[in-house]
Design a protein around this ligand. Structure first.
Ligand code: IMO
Ligand code: MG
Length: 418
């Protein structure tokens, strides 16, 4: 099938936005299938930093943005991002599933009050994602298709407000007006996408968050409230799984996590600060400093298995430049037992990482831009050794390496990946 599913293999922020953009060039449509404005996908194009929370970042390429039923839509942000696309000359005609959920102000408030109730905060993005999905499961959730029907909208808001014992007053006018403006974009994503694929069109599915934040398979309860794995692309967009093509697993050359929860390879102190600042590891959505750590092979093995990754896209390789020793966790030691994969390890909190140490690579900005022009063999040899080790450990090939934020700073290993 002429489609690719782009997913994160860590705890989010792997660089899915840039990779999705690269693969969306020339595609007909690019689809968000889960999550909502908790995502922060960035594309740096011609000196402009485009930040997407709800639209797929791949839509900056001109591919038609699609928002599937598996998503939670923040109506204001959606309209803001459509204007942003317009400002770069992209006249997007999005297709939004009538079944997609709608986040209300009270969901954002509930996100905050739930955090206060917990002993240890999850550190959510406070975008109301968990509470909005909860309402969907309770079958009281508001859906995009309801926005243009005033009586339905009013009745649903009444029920939701009553259930949570919170006001929804302000939402009616705001949502009803937005519903009127957006009605032209609301429709059936299944017919459109299946039709496109059957007709030989190309579709990119842009995942949000990462495998370790998956509601079931991630580090529960420190996870998001949706399924972040490649399989979710099918249900979340209404396309049969037999029509999904390559699974592209995006991973940073190191690890980050924002919010609470276990992180076995986390580092702190001076080196963490160096990586954080050179990698600009601050949340796209919330501005929070991200926790940083070494690459975690057991976690990545698990993520590759869960997703059935076809090939890897490694991002931010340049951030590890000029560090003398780069470490990689190759297994965990937990109560005297060795684990080569996170699979089967119920509690990560006692996992001690066992590291292999690699010689770092010295390279400055101009050397990286030369390497980008020169292709794969021009990457610093120690960096290529590091990448080769990752491929060997995960049993999956690397198709693309990104060495800087702007589009153009990346190397495809072979043309077939581009
Ligand atoms: P992208 O798509 C990184 C994290 C939050 C928190 C947990 C639950 O940019 O990779 P939520 O608001 O979803 O209920 O928060 O999940 N989280 C992310 N971390 N990148 C993201 O998205 C994230 N979306 C949610 O920090 O720990
Ligand atoms: Mg993010």
């Amino acid at each position: 099938m002429n489609s690719s599913v782009v997913v994160g293999l860590q705890w989010g922020d792997e660089g899915k936005g840039k990779v999705s953009y690269l693969l969306s060039r020339g595609a007909d449509a690019v689809v968000r299938f889960q999550g909502g404005a908790n995502a922060g996908h960035t594309v740096v194009l011609d000196g402009r930093r485009l930040k997407f929370n709800i639209l797929p970042a791949g839509s900056a390429s001109g591919a038609r943005p699609v928002i599937g039923a598996g998503c939670i839509v923040d109506v204001e942000r959606l309209e803001g991002e459509l204007s942003m696309l317009q400002s770069i000359g992209v006249q997007a005609r999005p297709l939004i599933s009538r079944f997609a959920g709608v986040v209300l102000s009270l969901h954002k408030d509930l996100d905050g009050s739930l955090e206060a109730l917990r002993g240890k905060a999850i550190g959510t993005t406070r975008m109301g994602i968990g509470p909005a999905y909860a309402d969907k499961c309770l079958r009281i959730g508001l859906r995009v298709g309801d926005l243009s029907r005033k009586a339905v909208l009013a009745e649903k808001l009444r029920l939701i407000g009553k259930f949570h014992n919170l006001p929804t007053g302000e939402d009616f006018e705001r949502l009803s007006e937005a519903g009127g403006r957006l009605a032209q974009f609301v429709g059936d994503t299944t017919s459109y996408l299946v039709g496109l694929l059957k007709g030989g069109g190309r579709v990119v599915f842009e995942g949000a968050q990462g495998a370790l934040l998956d509601l079931d398979y991630g580090t529960y309860p420190y996870v998001t409230s949706s399924h972040t794995l490649a399989g979710a692309a099918s249900i979340g967009s209404g396309v049969p799984h037999t029509m999904l093509g390559d699974v592209v697993g995006v991973m940073k050359a190191y690890t980050t996590r924002v919010g609470g929860g276990p992180f076995p390879t986390e580092i702190d102190g001076g080196l963490a600060e160096i990586i954080r600042s050179s990698g600009a590891e601050y949340g796209t959505t919330t501005g929070r400093p991200r926790r940083v750590g070494w690459l975690d092979i057991p976690a990545l093995r698990y993520a590759c298995m869960l997703n059935g990754v076809s090939w890897l896209a490694v991002t931010k390789l340049d951030v590890l430049s000029n560090i003398d020793e780069v470490k990689v966790c190759v297994r965990y030691l937990c109560d005297g037992v060795e684990y080569e994969s996170l699979a089967g390890l119920e509690d990560l909190s006692g996992a001690r990482p066992v590291y292999e140490v690699f010689k770092g690579w010295r390279a400055d900005a101009s050397e990286w831009s030369e390497a980008v022009k020169g292709g794969w063999d021009m990457l610093p040899s120690n960096a290529r050794e590091y990448l080769g080790f990752v491929e060997k450990m995960l049993g999956v090939g690397i198709g693309l390496v990104s060495v800087g934020e702007p589009v153009g700073y990346e190397v495809f290993k072979e043309d077939r990946y581009a």
